[in-house]
Design a protein around this ligand. Sequence first.
Ligand code: FES
Ligand code: FES
Length: 173
Amino acid sequence: MVTLNVNGVRHQVQASDDTPLLYVLRNDLQLIGPQFGCGLAQCGACSVLAEGREVRSCVMPVSAFANQEITTLEGLPARWAKQKGLSPEAAKSALHPVQEAWIEQQTPHCGFCQNGMMIKATELLESNPNPTVAEIKEAFTTSGPSPHLCRCGTYKAILEAVQHAATIMTQRS
Ligand code: FES
Ligand code: FES
């Protein structure tokens, strides 16, 4: 039995300690934003935030997260609402600015990689609200445990979406 705090909700799940966090999120908690891509910490499709830092949930054992706050793509709106102190009513209709930007810019192609792209963008903008182009490129390619891969080649669209999300967040700060 493992106790997890995911998107602000505590869950007790029946899983062995070495079960990858991704399997628990998708199969036990029905949180299907994180995707299984490579299973090798190479692509970023499975990314989630743990204590605000991006982690590759496909290779990390669930037991490593027993006392950590995990945020999945599904939890980004509530994360933003909490950070901004929105009322419960306002929070219900709020998307995270990163998600808004992705929709407004029509960023995804097939969409498979985009969970990880939005998680990475959130991590970046929480620590650096006004990143340069170089810093955005670095965040998605060379920082962290591995790059974020997109078979559809949406990298330029992602760069523009991160810039748009930064503008939205600044306007609402
Ligand atoms: S599925 Fe986890 S990094 Fe690719
Ligand atoms: S949008 Fe298709 S893999 Fe990135």
